[in-house]
Design a protein around this ligand. Structure first.
Ligand SMILES: NC(=O)c1ccc[n+]([C@@H]2O[C@H](COP(=O)([O-])OP(=O)(O)OC[C@H]3O[C@@H](n4cnc5c(N)ncnc54)[C@H](OP(=O)(O)O)[C@@H]3O)[C@@H](O)[C@H]2O)c1
Length: 341
């Protein structure tokens, strides 16, 4: 006997990718429901490449009783209304929004990093999925932290427009086309022109001048990996459709050479080291699309601190940054708690 799984936000960037990944990984599901807003009711949704078509249901009227797991990807406003209803109906919620990430009664999980923390899900029947930039960063940091204890991280991100949902991808496409034909590049989703430009601003501004996206990288890294690690981030939107990149400076308690770090990263779960120190011997976002891995390239020793490394880290934000991580959490939940069969 398999699971009954609901994908909430099934018409969105992350929701569609969750369906693809559930199918690709042959998640043991007896039944899958595709759910979104009333705008999408009755729409045909493909269940990956299985040939199976799901009819989209309206979240407003969906009854979660009898369903085992709900993968939510609908944004915080709808999550706030419907996730507690699903959880109260006995269906475990794995949520992609930022709503529950810092709730002390909700585990924030990256299966390669802190799998044991999942046991805390019983308090609310909810598990949170981290921000896309945090997820790939902690996968790369974890094996290095185990080897030499990270003290401080300075990260600059280069985040693709798909991180802002379907509307973000549409805006990059429209603006690029308009510029080519001499029409004005109107900004609706982003605060400035994104085509042929970069924007050092993701999510809202906080009182200290940092943005909420930057704050999320700090607090989520502490919650998932180690509260003692100091993190400072600059998050930048770039005109790339899918795939987030990060330049990460890491300072350690103990000595660690670039060579040692490369050999650790080569064996680390979820990491793919591509570091040839020659033209093209590194990964760019275009190459990571559709992949599961967090790619690490350009591992160097930082000569400006006692023990430090600089790395380049790239991953598919819709996969490891969202949908893949959510499905991995569902798999972990199945192995540890919701055994079937
Ligand atoms: N994209 C990423 O890299 C990423 C990474 C980590 C986390 N997340 C989070 O994942 C969530 C979804 O992101 P996305 O990129 O997939 O956004 P998206 O492409 O804009 O899709 C949004 C989805 O939510 C549904 N929805 C919106 N309001 C709803 C409502 N009131 N009731 C029911 N369904 C509703 C939409 O349904 P309709 O089509 O019917 O409108 C659609 O399926 C967000 O919380 C986001 O922060 C995204």
């Amino acid at each position: 006997m398999g699971y009954r799984v609901v994908v909430v936000g099934a018409t969105g960037n992350v929701g569609r990718e969750m369906l693809n990944i559930l199918a690709e990984r042959e998640f043991p599901a007896d039944e899958i429901a595709a759910v979104a807003s009333s705008r999408s009711t009755g729409m045909d949704i493909e269940y990956g490449e299985t040939g199976k078509i799901l009819k989209c249901k309206n979240l407003e009227h969906f009854d979660f009783v009898g369903w085992d797991i709900a993968l939510f990807a609908v944004g915080s406003a709808a999550t706030e209304i419907y996730a507690p209803k699903a959880a109260a109906a006995g269906c475990v919620v794995i949520d992609n929004s930022s709503l529950y990430r810092m709730d002390p009664d909700v585990p924030l999980i990256v299966p390669e990093v802190n799998p044991d923390a999942i046991d805390g899900y019983v308090k609310k029947n909810i598990i949170a999925n981290p921000n896309c930039s945090t997820a790939q960063m902690v996968v790369a940091l974890k094996p290095l932290h185990d080897a030499a204890t990270i003290k401080r991280v300075v990260v600059s991100t280069y985040q693709s427009v798909s991180g802002a949902g379907k509307a973000g991808m549409d805006e990059l496409f429209e603006q690029s086309r308009n510029i080519f034909v001499g029409d004005p590049a109107v900004a609706n989703k982003f605060t400035k022109q994104i085509a042929f430009n970069v924007i050092p601003h993701i999510d809202s501004f906080l009182d200290d001048g940092f943005t909420k996206e930057e704050w999320k990288m700090v607090v989520e890294t502490k919650k998932i990996l180690d509260p003692k690690i100091k993190v400072v981030a600059t998050c930048v939107r770039v005109p790339v459709f899918v795939g987030h990149s990060e330049a990460i400076n890491i300072e350690f308690e103990d000595e660690i050479s670039a060579k040692k770090a490369q050999s650790i990263l080569r064996e680390a779960p979820g990491v793919m080291l591509i570091d040839k120190r020659e033209d093209g011997g590194y990964v760019t976002p275009v190459e990571c699309v559709g992949d599961y891995a967090t790619f690490v390239s350009r591992v160097r020793e930082d000569p400006t601190v006692d023990s430090g490394l600089v790395i380049w880290c790239v991953s598919d934000n819709l996969r490891k940054g969202a949908a893949l991580n959510a499905v991995q959490i569902a798999e972990l939940l199945g192995r540890r708690h919701l055994k079937k069969g």
